[in-house]
Design a protein around this ligand. Structure first.
Ligand SMILES: Cc1cc2nc3c(=O)[nH]c(=O)nc-3n(C[C@H](O)[C@H](O)[C@H](O)COP(=O)(O)O)c2cc1C
Length: 180
């Protein structure tokens, strides 16, 4: 076995803190977690009564290739959360660098999130917003409790990849790749 452990001779890591300790509002925990750079998606669905639902999300991640599964998590306080019930169709709209306005629009509560947007119907009527990088049409495989969020596991049924430049999110700010 090739073991190649190197002792760090430089200064040690700063003192670690425990969640909650001297950080009751979770501000420092949230700030630290925000160092993990992500893309941004709008997750959409269409309720049985035809009402359209959309939520800006950066908790999206891939889970499994075989079977194809993805997940995202929705806050228990989100008015959109209950729409993503087991078996329900939904779409992941991966936002392009030019779509910061959509990211902001779908991060606000309200009945008018889709006003003035252009979209076409995906599986189950889930809106596919114009101009995105990629679209993943899914069905809710299951929902799991995850503290103050619910984890939505989605089975991928269809996808299309337009390979545009993505919108990024890091340290609480929208970013985009710059060419060297
Ligand atoms: C960049 C960004 C990422 C977000 N990611 C999530 C997320 O992963 N899960 C979530 O529940 N809310 C997330 N939000 C907040 C929701 O978009 C927002 O609370 C929600 O759309 C409010 O409307 P609703 O209560 O009608 O759903 C995010 C917001 C922003 C700006």
């Amino acid at each position: 076995m090739n073991v190649n452990n190197t002792k760090n001779d430089g200064p040690p890591l700063p003192e670690r803190e425990q969640p909650g300790e001297d950080d009751p509002s979770g501000r420092r925990l949230r700030k630290m977690l925000g160092q993990f750079a992500t893309g941004v998606a709008v997750i959409t669905t269409c309720e049985d009564n035809g009402r359209l639902v959309g939520v800006t999300c950066n908790s999206f991640t891939s889970v499994s290739l075989d079977p194809p599964l993805i997940l995202w998590s929705v806050a228990n306080t989100s008015s959109s959360g209950p729409a993503f019930s087991k078996g329900k169709a939904f779409a992941v709209n991966i936002l392009a660098a030019t779509q910061e306005d959509l990211a902001l629009r779908f991060a606000r509560s309200g009945e008018d999130k889709f006003d003035g947007t252009t979209w076409e119907q995906g599986l189950g009527g889930s809106p596919l917003l114009e101009g995105c990088v990629a679209y993943i049409e899914c069905r809710v495989d299951d929902r799991y409790p995850g503290g103050d969020h619910a984890i939505i596991l989605g089975a991928v049924e269809r996808f299309v990849n337009l390979e545009r430049d993505p919108l990024l999110f890091h340290s609480g700010e929208f970013r985009r790749f710059t060419q060297p």
